[in-house]
Design a protein around this ligand. Sequence first.
Ligand SMILES: Nc1ncnc2c1ncn2[C@@H]1O[C@H](COP(=O)(O)OP(=O)(O)O)[C@@H](O)[C@H]1O
Ligand SMILES: [Mg+2]
Length: 291
Amino acid sequence: MSILSTKQLTKQYGDKQNIVKALDGVNISIEPGEFVAIIGTSGSGKSTLLNMLGGLDRPTSGTVKVDNYELGKLKDEDLTVFRRQRIGFIFQNYNLVPILNVYENVMPIQLDGKKPDQKFIQEIVTLLGLEKKLLHMPNTLSGGQQQRVAIARALASKPAIILADEPTGSVDPRTANYIFDVFTELNRQGQTILIVTHDVALSKKVKRVVAIRDGKISSERILKEKYADRIKEAAIDWRNEDTQEEYAIVDKAGRVQIPRDILSSMNLQDNKVKLELSEGKVISSGPPAEL
Ligand SMILES: Nc1ncnc2c1ncn2[C@@H]1O[C@H](COP(=O)(O)OP(=O)(O)O)[C@@H](O)[C@H]1O
Ligand SMILES: [Mg+2]
């Protein structure tokens, strides 16, 4: 049973004259315990997708199901409660409350009289190295520290899934690596995590990477077996390693998007390709050049 899934999710912005299709039929399914990265260039639809998954915004069409709830069927008030209790959202700009100290930022809002699990929160705070910062105000912390507070806050309500928008977007490479390793550790402890990033090098440490292009899922990369247990090894130069295998996505109508590098090396003269099945492999080739 997946913990999060979408069906034909679309989101359009603007009016009839000026429509932007930010999401165009996204189908994705995430199992409990997975660590998934969504990768794509700026404007490809990553934040839009994450906002729909986190119930921060509603889709134009299609469905989102999280933790067995279909978000489209929840009223606004119920969606807000669901979001606070079951989704750990980490915003790109942290969104900490400036007038609250670290401890107060991390404590979950008590909506239904449920007492927060103090022991668990203590563990999170320690894991994230924040135990000496609890009484500090957000504006006295570095970007990396604020990011750690944002992660602690997202974890504090024991969410079904962590959704993080570019969690390493505005920190230095060393902090980015550290934050990635924190996510890896949380995932090892069973937390389901979905992050959005444009950092190809960091995404190489993730077991499953979903590529988004023009509002559509174009391909998936899966970590090769031999790297699975070596994610935290400092000796690996992730930038130069080919850690994952790439898979194209076949949609319901049988369409595939050919990865850009393969497409350009095919040297097509027009938009036609010939497909053949040969010894269990599909071979595609352009029409012969005219004589
Ligand atoms: N509120 C909005 N109004 C109009 N267009 C938007 C809005 N939010 C995003 N877009 C457009 O939707 C597309 C996807 O944006 P976004 O999801 O922010 O991409 P990413 O996070 O991958 O950079 C872009 O073309 C962007 O300009
Ligand atoms: Mg974005």
